[in-house]
Design a protein around this ligand. Structure first.
Ligand SMILES: *Cc1c(COP(=O)(O)O)cnc(C)c1O
Length: 379
C-alpha cells in the first residue's frame, strides 16, 4: 500500500542528526548533561519548577501516581476516551481506575460533572487528558479536586507547550506528563517527561526513574564516590542522552509547528464547512491548542465508518481512530466488568470518530485532496 498522505510524520532534520552524533562522540550515553539540559529547558518552557525526563509518558504517569502515594484500595477517576496508557498507569500502582464520561461529542474531554458523580470515600485522584491538545475543563476539575482533597494528574501527551489562561497545560495539577513517542507533536522516538512544582514529588519521581537509588551515576561520577542506598521501590524508566539531545532540538520547533498545524486545521474547517453528515469536534475552539489530532464524527446511521475508512485507504489517505473507549477493551471487561452502556457519549464518540492526517509538513493541497475524498466517501 502506497500512502499519498500519512496520518502523521515527524519533523526531523540535520539538527537532530548533529545532536545524535555529538552524543556518540562525547562518550556519555545516558542520564548526563543533555538530559539535565532537556529537563531544564522543558521545565522553563512550561513555567514549572521541576522536570523529570523518562523513557515514556506511560512511565511518567506511573511515577507521578506512585509519587502521589496511590496504591491498592484507592480509586482514580479518569477518562475512557483516551489511550489505554492513562488507565494502565493507574493499575500499575494497585489503584483502580473509575471511568468517567466526556462532556459532549463536540468536546470529548472528561466531564467535571461526571467526575463529581463518581467520587466515593475511596477516591484519591483524578487523571485528566487534554484530548488532541485541547485543554480539558481543568480549572473546574482542580476546584472539584480541592473540595474533595483529591490529587490531579494531567496526561498532557497531546499537549506540550499549550497555554491555557495564565499558564501552561501540565502545570494545573500536581504533575503533568508528556509523551515524545514517534507520532506526537515533539518526538525523541520514545520518551516522556513529568513536570511538577512540588520538590518532594520531583525527588520521588527522579528516584523512581532509576530503581529508587538515592544518588545517581552522574553524581557519583562527579563526586568520585561509589556508595548508594535504595530508598524506594523504583524502576528503570531512564531516558538516554541520544533522546535527550533530540528532545532539545525538537522542543525549539514545537511552537512553530503548532502554528503550522493550526493553519492546516483552519483549512480543514474551511473546506468542511457545511458538510452535512460530518461533525467536527472543537470546531468552535478559541484559545491555544497543540492541534495534535484532527478528527471528525461520521453520521453512522447513514454511512458505515468501515466503508469510509476503506474508501480513504483506497485513495491513499491514512486514517485512525482515537479512541476505542478503554472500558470496552476485553482486558477492561475481564478486569472491571465494564460493558456497553456505562458511558453512552464516550461510546458514541468512539463509534463515529475518525482521525484524518495532520502534521506540520502537510500542504494545503493535501488537505484539499483529503477533504474531496472524504466528501465523495460520505455522500
Ligand atoms: C501516546 C499517549 C500516551 C503514552 O505515551 P508513551 O510515551 O507512548 O508512553 C499516554 N496517553 C496518551 C493520551 C497518549 O496519546
Amino acid at each position: 500500500m502506497e500512502w499519498k498522505v500519512h496520518l502523521a510524520e515527524p519533523d526531523l532534520g540535520d539538527d537532530e542528526l548533529e545532536a545524535i552524533a555529538s552524543v556518540l562522540k562525547s562518550g556519555w550515553l545516558t542520564m548526563g548533561e543533555r538530559t539535565a539540559e532537556f529537563e531544564r529547558r522543558f521545565a522553563e518552557a512550561h513555567g514549572a519548577r521541576y522536570a523529570v525526563a523518562v523513557s515514556s509518558c506511560t512511565a511518567a504517569l506511573h511515577l507521578a501516581l506512585q509519587a502521589a502515594g496511590l496504591g491498592p484500595g484507592d480509586e482514580v477517576i479518569c477518562p475512557s476516551m483516551t489511550f489505554v496508557a492513562t488507565s494502565n498507569a493507574i493499575i500499575y500502582t494497585g489503584a483502580t481506575p473509575v471511568f468517567a464520561e466526556i462532556i459532549s461529542l463536540e468536546n470529548p474531554t472528561i466531564s467535571p460533572d461526571d467526575i463529581k458523580r463518581r467520587i466515593t470515600s475511596d477516591t484519591k485522584a483524578v487523571v485528566v487528558m487534554h484530548y488532541a491538545g485541547y485543554p480539558c475543563e481543568i480549572e473546574k476539575i482542580v476546584e472539584i479536586a480541592r473540595e474533595h482533597s483529591l490529587i490531579v494528574i494531567e496526561d498532557a501527551a497531546h499537549a506540550p507547550l499549550v497555554r491555557h489562561s495564565d499558564r501552561m497545560l501540565g502545570t494545573f495539577g500536581s504533575s503533568g506528563c508528556f509523551s515524545f513517542y514517534a507520532n506526537k507533536n515533539m518526538t525523541t522516538a520514545e520518551g516522556g517527561m513529568a513536570i511538577t512544582d512540588d520538590p518532594d514529588m520531583a525527588r520521588r519521581m527522579a528516584r523512581g526513574r532509576c530503581h529508587g537509588i538515592s544518588h545517581l551515576a552522574r553524581e557519583r561520577f562527579t563526586a568520585g564516590t561509589v556508595g548508594y542506598d535504595v530508598v524506594d521501590l523504583g524502576y528503570n524508566y531512564r531516558i538516554d542522552e541520544i533522546r535527550a539531545a533530540i528532545g532539545i532540538v525538537q522542543l525549539d520547533k514545537v511552537r512553530r509547528n503548532h502554528e503550522r498545524r493550526k493553519e492546516i486545521v483552519r483549512k480543514y474547517l474551511q473546506l468542511l464547512e457545511g458538510a452535512e453528515s460530518l461533525t467536527v469536534p472543537f470546531a468552535k475552539h478559541t484559545g491555544d491548542s497543540a492541534y495534535h489530532l484532527f478528527c471528525v464524527l461520521l453520521d453512522i446511521d447513514r454511512i458505515s465508518r468501515e466503508n469510509v475508512i476503506e474508501k480513504l485507504r483506497q485513495q491513499g489517505v491514512q486514517t485512525s481512530n482515537h479512541y476505542k473507549p478503554v472500558h470496552l477493551f476485553s482486558f477492561s471487561r475481564k478486569r472491571f466488568g465494564t460493558a456497553e452502556g456505562l458511558l453512552p457519549v464516550t461510546e458514541e464518540f468512539g463509534r463515529r470518530q475518525i482521525t484524518l492526517p495532520l502534521y506540520p509538513g502537510m500542504s494545503e493541497e493535501d488537505v484539499a485532496y483529503i477533504v474531496s475524498v472524504l466528501k465523495s466517501a460520505t455522500i
